[in-house]
Design a protein around this ligand. Structure first.
Ligand code: NAD
Length: 302
């Protein structure tokens, strides 16, 4: 069955170029009306202009779609509220939010200023939280919403020179975990996308493949699934160069240790603690405590 978004309204942040533009065009091509947000600044978040967002709106309109530009920063709660109000005034609902806007200020942690750390966390984490907060009540009232956080392999697994970026990107996984739980009863599904693509953000990294093999449009099919009616929730989807993968936050079965020599036992049994046999994907934070209490009960003969 063809994936369609007719009658649906999507906001895509940072959609003036790169991945956000590809997502906006893909959503519009399949029937969604799209709010194209972009600050239009440089890769490090300095500057700003409405032209990036307006150019993508023109592209969507040229292909017969509906779109609206919003040039504000995702970190500016007033501008974000104005964007949401404008979309509601024109279309009356918001079905999809793609938190995609992002910046880089790479440096080794030794050389990184706290200002650059805070700035990157602010755009990725606070920007996504501010945009999500602005649509949350609307989606709750509609009993429908699809939200994607753009995470990164740099957050999930680390990358030299990206302590600020990695921390912000992994924080978005944490935001997703709780929002997916809280959104469930109103059919708000929240997922993370971990993309790989050749964009201005990654233009300095020599690519092992021809650049067209890393086109951002190869990531958008994964995004479309994550915001579709039949979307999963609480999923981390990797996507790039036509490859699609899932990442999980898992928990090993572990061991039960108490007593005077507990520190020595933790060291002695670290291989057993780390053993991935029987590993689970907890469906909420409380699962860890439950597992620990179960082991304690077993050891007490309960
Ligand atoms: P990009 O630089 O082309 O796109 C980012 C866009 O966000 C830009 O158009 C920029 O103007 C906009 N933006 C920046 N700050 C903003 C703000 N405060 N408010 C509104 N818009 C703002 O880079 P991209 O590669 O397309 O990145 C898109 C997302 O994907 C980012 O969140 C990035 O961290 C993430 N990502 C990209 C890759 C990759 O391989 N390209 C890998 C992992 C994650």
């Amino acid at each position: 069955m063809t994936l369609r978004f007719d009658g649906q309204i999507a906001i895509v942040t940072g959609a003036g170029g790169g991945l956000g533009r590809a997502h906006a065009l893909a959503l519009a091509a399949r029937g969604a009306a799209v709010v194209v947000n972009d600050l239009g600044g440089a890769r490090d978040g300095t500057g700003g202009s409405a032209t990036a967002a307006e150019a993508v709106v023109a592209e969507i309109e040229a292909m017969g779609g509906q779109a609206m530009a919003a040039a504000g920063s995702v970190t500016d709660a007033t501008a974000v509220q104005a964007m949401v109000d404008a979309a509601m005034a024109r279309w009356g609902r918001i079905d999809i939010l793609v938190n995609n806007a992002g910046v880089l200020r790479d440096k080794s942690f030794a050389k990184m200023s706290i200002e650059d750390f805070r700035f990157v966390v602010d755009v990725h984490l606070m920007g996504a939280a501010i945009c999500t907060k602005a649509v949350w009540e609307i989606m709750r009232a509609q009993n429908y919403g699809r939200i994607v956080m753009t995470t990164s392999s740099s957050g999930l697994y680390g990358n030299f020179g990206q302590a600020n970026y990695g921390a912000a990107k992994m924080a978005l996984v944490g935001l997703m975990q709780t929002l997916a739980i809280e959104g469930q009863k109103n059919d708000i599904r929240v997922n993370c996308l971990a993309p790989t693509a050749h964009t201005r953000m990654t233009e300095d990294l020599g690519a092992a493949l021809p650049l067209e093999a890393l086109g951002p449009e190869l990531v958008s099919p994964g995004l479309l699934h994550l915001v579709s009616r039949d979307a999963p929730t609480r999923c981390i989807l990797g996507a790039g160069a036509g490859g699609f993968e899932r990442a999980y936050v898992t928990l090993t079965q572990g061991v039960h240790i108490t007593g005077e020599d507990a520190p020595e036992q933790v060291a002695a049994r670290f291989d057993q603690i780390s053993d991935r046999a029987g590993e689970i994907v907890p469906d909420m934070g409380a699962a860890q405590g439950m597992l620990e209490l179960t082991k304690a009960k077993v050891s007490l003969g309960g």
